[in-house]
Every structure is written in C-alpha cells, then in structure tokens.
Design a protein around this ligand. Structure first.
Ligand SMILES: Cc1cc2nc3c(=O)[nH]c(=O)nc-3n(C[C@H](O)[C@H](O)[C@H](O)COP(=O)(O)OP(=O)(O)OC[C@H]3O[C@@H](n4cnc5c(N)ncnc54)[C@H](O)[C@@H]3O)c2cc1C
Length: 444
C-alpha cells in the first residue's frame, strides 16, 4: 500500500506515524508545504514573549520511517487516477496513492481594513509570522481579538512589562466559546497583569506614518501603538479538497463520515480541515485544537489502513494560559446551547483550590452546563492550579454520559497540599443538583 498524507501538522504527523505502525510494510509519504519538518504552534505565544527561543518549537527530523517532502505544496488531487499533483521548488511533480489523508489545517483570517500592510502589524500563526513580529515588537502593543491566542499573547507580552491593550469587538472575551462567569474571571486576570481589556471595541483601521504603525483606530478613539498583533480567527484550509471536487460542509471544512472518509472512498481528512460531528450536539463542526486533531489523525490512519474505527465526535477540550492562571473547558457553552435553541441548565460555583488553612490557596471557578435532566453538556473552569485535571475529568464525564448526580456521588482523591477535600467540581455538581432538583442519575 502507498499512503500520501498532505500536511505534516498535528493530524498529519499522527496519521503518518500510525500508518507505519498499523501497516509496517507500506510506503508513507507526507507532502508538506512548509520548510520545517514540523512546528509547535501552541508554544508560539511563549516565543513572542521571550520565554522560549524560536528554535525550541521547530522540529528538524521526522520521527520514524516516513518520507516527508518539504517545500512541497499539494495543488490538485486527481480522484480518478488516484494521484496527487504537487509543486516542489517551482517544479510540478505527481505521486500516486492507494489512500490519501488531507490534513491541511486552518488558515488565518485577516480583517480587510486600511493599514494592515504597515510595519509593526503582524500575527501569531507560524514560525515566520512570529519571527517577523519579534523583529518589530515595540513597547506599546495592541492585541486585536479576544481569542484564545489573543489572550495568551496579551498575557505573555504583559509579563515582559510592555504596555498592552487587548481589544475585542464583542461584549466578552472568546464569545460563544466561554460563558460570562469564566470570561469575567479571565478579563480580571488580564487586568490584574496590567492589560487594558477593551470590550465592544472593534478595530476599524490602522493608521501610520512613514510606513510604520502609529495608531489602532476604534469607534471609541485611537490607541497609540508600535505593534498590533491581529489574531481574530482562522478558517478551514479546504481549497485543495474543494478544487479537487470533494464535498465541503457548511462550516467550510471538508465533509467526512464517522470513519473520516471524505466524499471519495480513497480519500480521508483529519484535523482542523475536517468537518466532523460535535460529540454533544451531533451537529457538523470544525474544531481548531491540537488534541482533537491528534485523535482524528489516529482514527483516519487506522481506517485508511483498513480497520473500522468509528470517530465518536469532537468533544473539543481546550486549555488557555493567562499569566499565573489557566482556564479551559469542554463540550458546549451555555451561549452555544442558547444559539442552537437547546434547553439547558447552567450553574456557577466560585470557591478555592486548596483548604482554607493553606496560605497559597487561590480562587477556583467551575461552570457546568447540563440538559434539563442534569446530563453534562459542557463545562468550563478557571483557576491557578488543577485546571487541566478538572478539564480532563469533565471530558471523560461527558464521554461517559454522566449526569451531575453521578459527579456529586463520586469520590475525589484528596491530599491538602494539592487540593481541597470538597472538590470544586463536586461542589458545583451538588449545588446544581439542589438548585434544579436534579435527582436523576445515569446509573439509576
Ligand atoms: C498560536 C497558536 C496557539 C495554539 N494553541 C493551542 C493550544 O494551546 N492547544 C490546542 O489544542 N491547540 C492549539 N492551537 C491549535 C493547534 O495548533 C491546531 O489545532 C493543530 O495544529 C491542528 O492540527 P492540523 O494537523 O489539523 O493542522 P496544522 O497543525 O495547522 O497542520 C497543517 C499543515 O498542513 C500544511 N499544508 C497546508 N496546506 C498544504 C498544501 N496545500 N500542501 C502541503 N502542505 C500543506 C501546513 O503547512 C501545515 O504544516 C494553537 C494554534 C495556534 C496558531
């Protein structure tokens, strides 16, 4: 068998490595347009803030016996002949496949406003964009977009002592993704670090002099800035699939079935470019997460090799750092449930992460979203320690179909140096059960 994987990001790397494991005698080729074997985009905010050198996030050697062709851009999939046409260093080449996996990720969105070409304006997306931005990074920075990347970048740059303003067009940070109780904790954490958080403040244009950025202009006035980091979002990089005649879904990503096959029986898609089912709502979704891309890369490779592994849907757990704090979540937010017209219940618990007598104890916020019966649909948490373990637990809880009643009755391991006896998640589940009289348990 000969497999071709397009893109050597999280999904592509995983797919290529798994293909070699499940089908060791096969040939696996990866067509990657970048010049690096791979990079770690999730660490780029730390690179911009100077906590990590750029080289730390660049991989120079492929893992295992995979043929990675760099500087090779896939141009067209010939579905009839089962060949991929690609360009390498200006030359056109063709490679045949038995199965092909598209893993081309997302591409960043840039607003069409005046001044985007000024020196001092950039984004945090890949090695090249961070390298470029680092060269022009001034003392007064405006981060445009209250996205996860915007929040991490603002916090990282505030750590360095820079004068940072974060502007977001909507009335809260990460609208739709997180709900107001968590968004306000995040905004406060940023403000405490010295970041000026300006909500309902869209960027209307950028103003410069002598080709260099001077102001970020908003309806509320001009903000003086030497640097503007524009991180307003991204969209599926599905042009290759669309141009080759594969079906594209409503999200703009490549439509796949539960086995990650596209509309062609020999072509699969995985990662940010794939439109999969949302685990909770069953609706089509395109995620933008490394953890989700990794699982899809694995499932796509196994199915390409002839196994029959069903992808159960994207739970989309995420984590974001904000100075000394973290927040994260999984499943759907209350605002998403609202938008979809789903009936839901939500509950907020704000307590602390350690027992009362531990001097370093700090705040911890839990936000649970359930259906009217108490079945967990989504959750978000904010705190200084133990955020990831709660997100991992809550992910497993949604996966297993837990009701808050199950969480209330569960035992949580305890030792006072790292947690409180009453786990904040259990307390939130208890409070929610009482408030909404949710007596049903999944195990009843
Ligand atoms: C700044 C930043 C921070 C992030 N932080 C987190 C985080 O903390 N946690 C988290 O879970 N996720 C995070 N993410 C998201 C995460 O990086 C992505 O979801 C993940 O990399 C998706 O994997 P992928 O394989 O689908 O796409 P990618 O990793 O983007 O890989 C796509 C690859 O395809 C290549 N390619 C595209 N088109 C072609 C073509 N025509 N021919 C050949 N090659 C092509 C690209 O060069 C790229 O290497 C972050 C992303 C960014 C940008």
């Amino acid at each position: 068998m000969q497999y071709v994987v397009v893109g050597h990001g999280t999904a592509g790397q995983t797919a290529a490595a798994v293909l070699k494991k499940v089908d060791p005698d096969s040939e696996v080729y990866v067509i990657e347009k970048g010049k690096h074997v791979s990079i770690h985009p999730c660490a780029l905010p730390m690179v911009l803030g100077g906590r990590l050198p750029l080289e730390a996030v660049i991989e120079t050697a492929p893992k295992g016996r995979i043929n990675v062709l760099l500087r090779s851009e896939a141009k067209h999939i010939n579905l009839q002949n089962k060949t991929l046409i690609f360009e390498r260093d200006g030359e056109t080449d063709e490679i045949s496949y038995d199965r092909l996996i598209i893993a081309t990720g997302l591409k960043p969105i840039f607003p069409k406003v005046e001044g985007m070409d000024l020196e001092g304006v950039g984004t945090v997306w890949d090695v090249e964009s961070v390298e470029k931005l680092s060269r022009v990074l001034g003392n007064r920075v405006v981060v445009v977009g209250g996205s996860a990347t915007g929040i991490e970048v603002a916090a990282e740059l505030a750590r360095t002592g820079r004068d940072v303003t974060l502007i977001e067009a909507m009335e809260q940070l990460m609208p739709g993704k997180i709900d107001p109780p968590i968004a306000s904790s995040v905004a406060k954490a940023l403000t405490d670090m010295g970041v000026k958080v300006k909500l309902k403040t869209p960027m209307t244009r950028l103003e410069g002099s002598g080709g260099r950025l001077r102001y970020v202009v908003t309806p509320a006035g001009k903000i003086e800035a030497e640097t503007a980091v524009v991180v307003i979002g991204a969209k599926p990089n599905s042009d290759l699939a669309a141009a080759s005649g594969l079906k594209i879904g409503d999200t703009g990503a490549v439509k796949v079935d539960d086995y990650l096959f596209t509309s062609d029986p020999h072509v699969l898609a995985a990662g940010d470019v794939a439109e999969v089912r949302d685990f909770v709502t069953g609706q089509p979704t395109a995620t933008g997460l490394a953890s989700t891309a990794l699982v899809q890369g694995r499932v796509a490779a196994e199915n390409a090799a002839g196994l029959k592994v069903r992808y159960k849907g994207a739970l989309s757990p995420y984590l974001v750092s904000v100075g000394d704090y973290w927040f994260g979540g999984v499943g759907i937010s209350a605002s998403k449930a609202e938008k979809l017209g789903m009936e839901y219940r939500a509950f907020r618990f704000a307590g602390s992460d350690l027992p009362r007598y531990m001097p370093e104890r700090d705040k911890f916020v839990v936000w649970l979203v359930t259906d009217p019966e108490g079945r967990l649909l989504g959750a978000q948490v904010f705190g200084r320690r133990g955020v990831r373990e709660r997100v991992v637990f809550l992910t497993a809880a949604i996966y297993a179909g837990f009701h808050v009643q199950d969480i209330r009755l569960m035992e949580f391991a305890y030792q006072p140096e790292i947690c409180d006896l009453l786990d904040p998640v259990a307390v939130a589940a208890e409070g929610m059960s009482r408030k909404y009289r949710l007596l049903k348990s999944a195990s009843d």
